[in-house]
Design a protein around this ligand. Structure first.
Ligand code: ZN
Length: 144
């Protein structure tokens, strides 16, 4: 589901984070995780104000598993989006994105893009991409 939200005022910031949390929680209920039993949901908002969500989808081969964050990002990119403004990651215990997801987030974000990590208790921590992925390799290294 794509939704459009206005990100022009700071007063909308908390509302946007709440919406991302709601969408990430909804997505985590769809998690296909029979091997780990770890349900993950993610939701992001793009620079165009559209919201995309995803859940982790595991595979019996293990290596073909795709994390919730990458599914949300790939859904956005496949709809023509190229820039993440904020991304929310929800798990019961507030797990941070894995290294592979950090690299994919970096591809479509800036150093200042917010990565919000939330848990079942409602606790949230807001990081920037540069905080969770310092000295990252990104498109600028290849001249993009
Ligand atoms: Zn991941």
């Amino acid at each position: 589901m794509n939704m459009n939200m206005n990100m022009n005022s700071d007063s909308n910031k908390n509302e946007i984070i709440k919406k991302l949390r709601d969408e990430a929680i909804k997505a985590h209920h769809h998690s296909y995780s029979p091997y780990s039993n770890a349900k993950v949901g993610s939701a992001l908002i793009t620079d165009k104000g559209n919201i995309y969500s995803g859940c982790n989808v595991e595979n019996g081969s293990y290596g073909a598993t795709v994390c919730a964050e990458r599914i949300a990002i790939f859904k956005a990119v496949s709809c023509g989006e190229r820039k993440i403004s904020k991304i929310y990651v929800y798990t019961k215990d507030g797990w941070p994105p894995c290294g592979m997801c950090r690299q994919v987030i970096r591809e479509f974000a800036t150093d200042d893009t917010e990565v919000i990590i939330g848990n079942e208790q409602g606790e949230e921590t807001i990081y920037t991409v540069s905080q969770i992925y310092p000295l990252s390799f990104g498109p600028s290294h290849l001249g993009i």
